[in-house]
Design a protein around this ligand. Structure first.
Ligand SMILES: Cc1cc2nc3c(=O)[nH]c(=O)nc-3n(C[C@H](O)[C@H](O)[C@H](O)COP(=O)(O)OP(=O)(O)OC[C@H]3O[C@@H](n4cnc5c(N)ncnc54)[C@H](O)[C@@H]3O)c2cc1C
Length: 494
């Protein structure tokens, strides 16, 4: 990709306070909340642009709260890995990187307001789900200067589609019609290259006393430093390292070693054919544009060579070989469909967001006898009668991920064995958001609601409990896939 000098596309900008930037402020502030990376980041690029125009220092505040739902040692460690990587990435650049780790509930309150009082303008990330939209709405009362949110989430600016799409096929066809010009406007790989800004000597004394910059010990995320934080320690850190550097390594390894077999083996739990990128995409450690760049380079295609006619068909549009096209269909069509729902559907994670046919067929079977009826705690402890399901839940608890195919089965069986479909939805959201590294994401809710019929069509024959919602069984899965090793590996809870 060439490092263009084009401005950040308007379609990615959302004004939260339209006042012009204040020329007599001390710095431009980038409040990094969701796009936690120093490269391929439209929001950083926008903040750099404002700082250059105003000839002011740039402050990047990356904060980690302790009181958001499901805050745990696992999620903290992954985010802290990312903050350490960002500190390295910003070192030596004309940026004041300000990592802040909240030590106690409420301790970080007032930090944004204090910084914004000194700022010319504040730029932040635009992320459409979990607690972040409400946090941004509240921040508007604290930030009285020029304030804007920037969408770095996907290849398509997420507000471009003006309606919610009910089927992946229709969304794919829409993407095939509108995506090409957006592919030609990627973020700069390194928005700080050859950029010279005035440096900020330091924060005002009272700010750094009250909200001290996280030091190497805190960012290290050792067991002792994590133990001091009021977060859920039962959800323990996993071996997977977080951060933009680790994410780039995972991407390189996938494209170099596994992309070739993605199409044929992505459903096989033992072949490790999928990318493993979802936690990095979720925390903003890796960019969808960066992934596309890497896949396209591997396929020998430039961005200008991508695009064909809008048929809605899965294969052919990207002008690449079959495994790359299959992968990009997941990364773009399915991933960005989830963002479309979060932007367009106010209750994107609610039962009511299911299509009418799914609600009606599930209602018709609401009183069907359940072969087993487990409460949330039995599901959580992986104490069902089904060893394959238990293995998937143990993988989620211990490793923070579930293989994609088994994740579908995991959800379908929670529907099968819960007292009601609504209880199934609540259980899935709770367990996925709590344990999955990639949880609390637009694709958490789109994936979970898919198991109840969203983005799908009615299937026959009509069955107990499921009605016409697509049915899956462990027995069929065992016939289709080799799962014995998987079950052995994940049979224990600890
Ligand atoms: C019940 C259930 C819950 C899910 N919860 C989540 C979640 O919390 N977070 C999450 O990111 N995905 C979720 N998914 C979607 C999917 O399971 C994961 O995105 C995928 O398994 C991640 O593994 P990977 O990165 O190796 O995927 P790959 O196969 O390598 O795909 C590359 C990327 O494409 C996207 N993608 C792949 N499959 C899907 C899909 N079916 N739907 C949407 N995007 C997809 C992801 O961003 C993924 O990282 C869920 C699916 C189901 C059925």
């Amino acid at each position: 990709m060439t490092e263009g000098s084009q401005p950040v596309p308007q379609a990615r900008l959302r004004a939260l306070h339209a006042a012009p930037p204040r020329a007599n402020g001390r710095f431009v502030l980038y409040w990094m909340t969701a796009t936690r990376r120093a490269r391929w980041n439209f929001a950083l690029e926008r903040a750099v642009g404002l700082a250059r125009e105003l000839q002011k220092p740039l402050v990047v505040l990356e904060a980690l709260r302790v009181d958001y739902p499901f805050a745990s040692a696992r999620l903290h460690r992954f985010v802290l890995d990312g903050m350490r990587a960002n500190e390295r990435a910003f070192a030596g650049k004309d940026v004041f990187y300000y990592p802040y780790v909240e030590p106690a509930v409420g301790a970080g309150k007032g930090l944004l307001k204090a910084l914004a009082q000194d700022a010319c303008a504040v730029v932040t990330d635009d992320y459409p789900c979990f607690f972040l939209p409400a946090m941004l709405a509240r921040a508007r009362t604290d930030v009285r200067v020029h304030f804007e949110a920037v969408d770095s989430n996907g290849l398509l600016p997420m507000r471009t589609a003006e309606r919610a799409f009910a089927r992946a096929h229709d969304f794919r066809r829409f993407l095939q019609r509108v995506l090409a010009p957006h592919l030609a406007q990627p973020p700069r790989q390194n928005a700080l290259a050859r950029v010279h800004l005035p440096r900020l000597p330091g924060l005002p004394g009272d700010t750094s006393r009250r909200w001290p910059r996280a030091d190497a010990r805190l960012l290290g995320g050792t067991p002792a430093t994590l133990a001091a934080l009021p977060i859920d320690h039962a959800v323990a850190p996993v071996d997977l390292e977080g951060g933009a550097e680790a994410g780039a390594r995972v991407l390189r390894r996938f494209v170099g070693e596994r992309l070739e077999k993605y199409g044929e083996s992505r459903n096989d739990p033992d072949s490790e054919a999928t990318s493993g990128l979802s936690p990095y995409l979720h925390f903003g450690h890796v960019s969808a544009h960066q992934v596309l760049e890497s896949v396209a380079a591997h396929e020998g295609r430039s961005r200008a060579e991508i695009g064909g006619s809008a048929t809605g068909r899965r294969a052919g549009w990207w002008n690449m070989r079959a495994p790359a096209e299959a992968f990009l269909d997941q990364l773009v069509t399915w991933r960005e469909l989830g963002f479309n729902a979060c932007v367009q559907v106010p209750g994107y994670d609610r039962y009511e967001s299911l299509p009418a046919w799914a609600r009606s067929t599930l209602a018709k079977h609401a009183d069907d006898e359940r072969p087993e009826a487990y409460g949330r705690a039995r599901f959580e402890r992986a104490e069902t009668h089904d060893e394959l399901w238990n293995a998937a839940q143990n993988q989620l608890r211990r490793q923070g991920v579930i293989h994609n195919y088994l994740r579908m089965l995991w959800g379908k069986k929670i529907l099968h064995w819960s007292k009601t479909p609504r209880a199934a939805l609540a259980t899935m959201i709770e367990l996925n958001d709590k344990y999955a590294l990639d949880g609390r994401d637009p694709n958490s809710y789109s994936g979970i609601l898919w198991t109840l019929g969203k983005y799908d069509r009615p299937w026959g024959p009509e069955r107990p409990i499921f009605g016409r919602v697509r049915y899956m069984t462990s027995a069929n899965t065992r016939r289709k896939l080799r799962v014995d090793d998987y079950i052995r590996r994940w049979s224990s809870q600890a």
